[in-house]
Ligand binder design. Structure first.
Ligand SMILES: [Zn+2]
Length: 305
């Protein structure tokens, strides 16, 4: 197979990636996959093509070609195949090996530092020949997933040099899930809410979309305004957005380095007290918010990310 044809398949995969469908409001990558045998395309797929959240490689190998012998094929994929998936799903790297695909050509490595390079290494260790797109096409793959990549870029906690504005590398906009330590009739309770964030530069507007279900009497709708410092600390205040509720207070949150969750405290007044406080965690999914909250509740002294 000559280089021109190979590039053609890579470009095709990049083109197909553009049709990827995100399953929710979180940031998901665009991924395109093309399977080739003897220079001819056997099948193609993009992320979420047939079903929500399905990876391109999975759609291609297991949904479109479940019964085919894939020996002698080459898989072109715009993003490094994954190495972990929640049970009972199986990671794409493993599927590639199980289906005996002998060669994989990768557009870009996964920008998530926890995954980056592992898929590639796993394939190599399991006897798959792994290649990368040439630099100019790799650049296209990276450009295609620029926003997805940016969320993983490590954040400098040091102050920006004099005269230079700090570089913003977190985008907190979108849907979050919050878990709050609060009270109902003077007794402790845990409230959960769906929270919407809009971000303009370092200015963060926060609002809950529902009153806490666990605390129908003490729950209320609120609006908050915060500022992001050092790409990692959020400070601000919140005020009830209902006419007969006087609750208000201040927030302090510490953001993890890829902007996927924040832990902190609120201090203010609520249904029961004029001065009270509690822990709070916001995360992109409710399970993580609950898990982080559980850990935070046992905290005595402080936390570092
Ligand atoms: Zn995958």
């Amino acid at each position: 197979m000559n280089a021109v044809i190979r590039r053609c398949h890579m470009r095709r995969a990049l083109e197909i990636a553009k049709s990827s469908v995100a399953e929710d409001e979180r940031m998901h990558p665009l991924v395109g996959a093309v399977l080739v045998r003897k220079g001819k395309i056997v099948a193609t797929a993009c992320r979420g093509e047939l079903s929500e959240g399905e990876h391109a490689e999975y759609t291609l190998l297991e949904r479109k070609l479940p019964d085919q012998d894939l020996r002698g094929t080459v898989l072109y994929t715009t993003l490094e195949p994954c190495t972990t998936r929640k049970h009972p799903k199986s990671p794409c790297s493993k599927r590639i090996v199980q289906r005996h695909v002998p060669a994989v050509v990768i557009g870009m490595l996964d920008p998530n530092p926890k995954i980056c390079g592992r898929g590639e290494r796993w394939l190599i260790e399991h006897g798959v020949d792994v290649y990368r797109f040439p630099p100019e096409l790799m650049k296209l793959a990276e450009e295609q997933n620029r926003t997805f990549r940016e969320q993983f870029q490590s954040v400098s906690r040091e102050a920006a040099p004099k005269g230079r504005r700090p570089v913003l590398s977190v985008d907190l906009s979108g849907r979050w899930y919050a878990v709050w330590q609060s009270t109902v009739d003077g007794r402790e309770c845990v409230n959960s809410e769906v929270v919407d964030i809009t971000q303009r530069g370092t200015r963060i507007m926060m609002r809950n979309l529902n009153r806490s279900l666990e605390n129908p009497r003490g729950g209320y709708l609120w609006r908050g305004e915060l500022k992001l410092y050092d790409n990692s600390r959020l400070m601000g205040h919140y005020v009830a957005a209902e006419p007969n509720v006087t609750a208000k207070g201040v927030f302090y949150f510490l953001l993890n380095h890829i902007g996927q969750f924040m832990s902190g405290k609120w201090v203010g007044c609520n249904h029961d007290f004029d001065l009270t406080w509690g822990f709070g965690v916001l995360a992109r999914d409710i399970e993580r918010a609950r898990e982080k909250f559980k850990r935070l509740k046992h905290l005595r002294r402080g936390v570092t990310y």
